[in-house]
Design a protein around this ligand. Structure first.
Ligand SMILES: Nc1nc2c(c(=O)[nH]1)N[C@@H](CN(C=O)c1ccc(C(=O)N[C@@H](CCC(=O)O)C(=O)O)cc1)CN2
Ligand SMILES: NCC(=O)N[C@@H]1O[C@H](COP(=O)([O-])[O-])[C@@H](O)[C@H]1O
Length: 242
């Protein structure tokens, strides 16, 4: 690890070098969040390299996105295994062949077993389409609309055994308009996901975002239960978007 001067520290916290960091991404579908990560990698702004994309669904379009980017694309169909435990054991083996520093769930639609989560504890992130702890699980946009909420959004969190219960790193809020449809709300949330997820991944790979026990920390400072609230402007600035 390169020597750092005191001026390189943040609150006494020294970010780690990230150039050799390896990322494995798990998907089940379209892969628009994967694409956002690929795009940041292409601009050398991700802080590491996506070395493999693994899908439990054979026709997930995200696999094509990976191939188009020259990234190893692997299909591991969950239906070919007799149990969740058997599948997760096979998935662990495939992932570990790529020696990741970080496992990223990007629309990966399988509940992971305790053994899997323990294997990658502290180095596995998920993007969830709600303002956790609200609306854990599936069909978040429909539930938010049914409840008539005026605010919705997305959360990046560390993955723990408790479904969508892990410490939150970043949240982004979208306003729910009058006449909002599930499709329009989903599109609004997706747009914010594509900003905050690459930021969270970059900060993890730089060693700035960490899981310390049950608490997410940023630059050594404990984050509140709902993580950092990030506006569109904040995210765009962090990504140094034109
Ligand atoms: N142990 C954990 N596993 C997973 C977590 C987590 O926090 N802890 N996050 C999820 C991602 N997710 C929501 O963000 C999620 C994914 C899938 C499901 C679910 O009910 N899956 C069903 C199958 C559904 C389907 O195939 O359409 C299942 O696995 O039986 C809920 C939430 C990833 N895993
Ligand atoms: N509970 C998990 C869940 O619902 N995740 C959601 O699936 C979508 C995947 O889109 P993508 O394949 O285009 O990235 C994303 O909106 C993500 O938040």
């Amino acid at each position: 690890m390169s020597e750092t001067s005191p001026s390189d520290t943040l609150n006494g916290f020294t970010p780690e070098p990230s150039s050799t960091r390896r990322v494995v991404v798990l998907i089940s579908g379209n892969g628009s969040n994967l694409q956002a990560l690929i795009d940041e990698q292409t601009h050398d702004r991700l802080g590491g390299e996506i070395v493999a994309v693994i899908s439990n669904v054979a026709d997930a379009y995200g696999l094509q996105r990976a191939r188009d980017a020259g990234i190893d694309a692997v299909v591991l169909p969950h239906g070919e295994y007799d149990s969740r435990e058997a599948y997760d054991s096979a998935l662990i083996k495939v992932i570990e062949r790529h020696e990741p520093d970080l496992v990223v769930l990007a629309g990966f639609m399988r509940i992971l077993t305790r053994r899997f989560v323990q294997r990658f504890h502290g180095r596995m992130l998920n993007i969830h389409p709600s303002l956790l702890p609200a609306y854990r699980g599936l069909n978040t946009h429909a539930k938010a609309l049914a409840d008539g909420v005026t605010e919705h959004g997305c959360s990046v969190h560390f993955v723990t055994e408790e479904l969508d219960g892990g410490p939150v790193a970043i949240q982004a809020v979208v306003e729910v308009s009058a006449g909002e449809t599930e499709a329009s709300l989903k599109e609004k949330v997706h747009a914010r996901e594509h900003l905050i997820y690459p930021i969270a991944v970059k900060w993890f790979l730089e060693g700035r975002l960490r899981l310390a026990g049950e608490i997410a920390t940023f630059d050594g400072m404990s984050l509140p239960p709902r993580g950092m609230r990030m506006s569109h402007a904040d995210a765009a600035e962090e990504l140094d978007e034109e």
